[in-house]
Design a protein around this ligand. Structure first.
Ligand SMILES: Cc1cc2nc3c(=O)[nH]c(=O)nc-3n(C[C@H](O)[C@H](O)[C@H](O)COP(=O)(O)OP(=O)(O)OC[C@H]3O[C@@H](n4cnc5c(N)ncnc54)[C@H](O)[C@@H]3O)c2cc1C
Ligand code: SF4
Ligand code: SF4
Ligand code: SF4
Length: 485
């Protein structure tokens, strides 16, 4: 395998691990207008040491061998992987829960470990203050630094680049990452004992849909912001759970899109090729896994669901020890969750990875395109024609939406119409008996929410024509918050 081959043929996760392990800085991250931060290979600096190839999870990934190496066995449950404990919960530190993506579990664990001296640093990611459209991966050493990274960032994040300073510095580190980040880090740890010793905890985030960088620029334009130089900050899931995409301009104004729906459909049409061929939603190689507590595709039936609840799974002894300790010390509130409850809640996400990804890989193979090699890994269930249909739709739609002219045509198409795309996807993903509850979006289709959508779009349209002021946009934001909370 050649790293250039991975980069050029749609097999790169943009995980940054090759950048982190290269001893000669022969791989650099550069900002690409469509891909975001993407590795560039500098042949003249390469000594052919092969480290990047060994650690790269993009093209060669022997799933079963790494499962065996990590857990000592190949798990029987092909949907969700090797799990020791399942929980639902949130952090009892209410200030952290309020500002978190879900239940604030990830940040609370990192802060508690830092404050007790169990780790010297936590690898997290925030949006770069100087370059608001770029992520910044860093080692947090204080509560404030961990909190600056709260919330999910839905653009390519090269977490693996942080292996470079970790290789240089003594200490114990926890890393928060998506499943693909963790694949690369585990591979690098196999080869580099220093990384095995220094990285004491891998916290994985559940990851279903991951959009390309074009999704971010599209959402900014859909939110009515034309001049990107005016942007001070973007937040993907601002305000009450599950949150809405918000562009905060340098003049302090908010430009928020409809929570949930805008975000979901846009996510799904900008899917990256390597995400479409990715088979891991549940961070199957992490020590601890956290995600939103979805129930059957909808929200949990809890009175306080808008405060944020998380699913928590522990996979290793190290992960289980940390969660148990945090519960005993009053940092986390947890309730047991059944394996089937988690599976049902995550069904569309799991099917996306355990059915659609294989259909997508097969279609690419038929077209003579490069695909990742997962060795003996197979779909959890036999593929159906509709899985192929879903994969083909994703392939065509996501290719079309990468074109600026085409995605501009969809800038003002109403949310309700675009959300139908998600329903089609669910139908291609799930079996008939699963569909009814999964396509129930009624929780975000109240009359109040509908009026917010209409107002928002009217305003965005008029703002695009240059006849709406920022104050009015901020006014609509207020309505959104009021309606959601
Ligand atoms: C791209 C992406 C896709 C996701 N898809 C799903 C899904 O389909 N279903 C589901 O249930 N949950 C999904 N999640 C997980 C969910 O959004 C929350 O991140 C998770 O529940 C943890 O919430 P928290 O309140 O404990 O975290 P917080 O306390 O808010 O902390 C969030 C942590 O995540 C880290 N982080 C944020 N974005 C990234 C990123 N892109 N790469 C690496 N680290 C990051 C931050 O550094 C921070 O430490 C996704 C997250 C991301 C980033
Ligand atoms: S290590 Fe990650 S970023 Fe580097 S080429 Fe492989 S998949 Fe891409
Ligand atoms: S082969 Fe070695 S020197 Fe060359 S890019 Fe890869 S890690 Fe860097
Ligand atoms: S879907 Fe897979 S490849 Fe894409 S970001 Fe998530 S873990 Fe990485």
């Amino acid at each position: 395998m050649d790293i250039e081959h991975v980069l050029e043929n749609g097999n790169c996760h943009q995980c940054g691990v090759c950048v982190g392990v290269c001893p000669t800085n022969a791989i650099e991250l550069r900002q690409d207008p469509n891909k975001g931060l993407f590795p560039t290979f500098l042949r003249e600096s390469c000594t052919d040491c092969d480290l990047c190839h060994i650690a790269c999870p993009g093209e060669e990934f022997d799933w079963d061998a790494l499962q065996k190496d990590t857990f000592g066995e190949i798990p029987i449950d092909k949907d969700i992987g090797y799990v020791r404990e399942f929980w639902s919960g949130y952090t009892k530190w209410t200030d952290i829960r309020r500002t978190a993506a879900s239940g604030g579990i990830v940040s609370a664990i990192l802060i508690a470990m830092l404050e007790k001296g169990e780790i010297d640093g936590a690898v997290v990611v925030k949006m770069d203050e100087d370059k608001p459209l770029q992520p910044k991966v860093y080692i947090a050493r204080t509560r404030e630094e961990v909190l600056a990274a709260q919330q999910s960032k839905y653009l390519p994040v090269p977490t693996g680049e942080i292996l470079k300073p970790i290789l240089k510095e003594e200490g114990r580190f926890a890393i928060v990452g998506l499943p693909c980040h963790i694949h690369g880090i585990r591979l690098a740890q196999q080869k580099m004992p220093r990384l095995k010793k220094r990285i004491v905890l891998l916290v994985g985030l559940i990851c279903g849909f991951h959009p390309s960088f074009t999704n971010t620029t599209y959402l900014i334009r859909r939110a009515g912001v034309k001049n990107f130089d005016d942007i001070a900050e973007i937040r993907y899931r601002d305000e009450t759970w599950p949150g809405g995409f918000n562009v905060i301009k340098k003049d302090g104004s908010n430009n928020i899109l409809h929570p949930v729906q805008e975000f979901f459909w846009a996510h799904a049409v900008f899917e990256r090729v390597r995400c479409a061929t990715c088979t891991d939603a549940m961070a199957e190689f992490a020590d601890i896994v956290c995600g939103d507590e979805w129930r059957g595709g909808g929200v949990p039936d809890r009175p306080d669901y808008k405060d944020g609840w998380s699913y928590i799974m522990t996979r290793t002894e190290a992960g289980t020890k940390v969660v148990d300790q945090m519960v005993n010390e009053g940092v986390l509130h947890v309730e047991p969750a059944a394996r089937n409850q988690v599976k049902r809640g995550m069904l569309p996400t799991i099917n996306l990875k355990k059915k659609l990804a294989f259909a997508y890989i097969n279609i690419r193979k038929m077209l003579g395109l490069a695909v990742p090699n997962y060795h003996r890994l197979r779909p959890a269930k036999p593929l159906k024609l509709k899985n192929y249909l879903g994969a083909a739709i994703i392939m065509v739609v996501s290719t079309l939406f990468e074109n600026k002219l085409i995605n501009t045509l969809f800038l003002h198409v109403p949310t309700r119409f675009m959300s139908q795309y998600l329903r089609v996807m669910y139908k291609c993903l799930c079996d008939v008996e699963e569909i009814d509850s999964l396509t129930d979006f009624s929780y975000c289709e109240t009359p109040e929410m509908e009026s917010v959508i209409q107002d928002n779009h009217r305003l965005i349209a008029s703002y695009a024509n240059g006849d709406a002021s920022q104050e009015t946009v901020a006014g609509v934001t207020g309505d959104v918050e009021e309606t959601v909370s």
